[in-house]
Design a protein. Structure first.
Length: 82
């Protein structure tokens, strides 16, 4: 085996080793932090379905002929016309 063949082989193996090390390091560091974030978001009120129950009656959205109507008076007028 000549020096050129050895150098070509090493130059092809080095990026693969770097990719495996980089991927392993990223996985090892991101996994605990992702778990902490998941646990925090699970305890947050915004993730709780029961948090939104009091607001169900306050929200009224009507879509008429593909247009968004957020004015309650305008929505009632359109409903009366039909």
């Amino acid at each position: 085996m000549t020096k050129q063949i050895f150098a070509k082989s090493v130059s092809k193996v080095i990026p693969l080793i770097g990719a495996v090390l980089s991927g392993g390091l990223t996985y090892a560091t991101f996994t605990p932090m992702a778990e902490r974030l998941r646990n925090y978001l699970a305890t947050n009120n915004l993730a709780n379905v029961h948090y939104y129950e009091p607001f169900k009656e306050d929200v009224m959205v009507e879509i008429k002929d593909g247009e968004f109507i957020d004015n309650l008076d305008e929505a009632e007028e359109l409903t009366k016309k039909e």
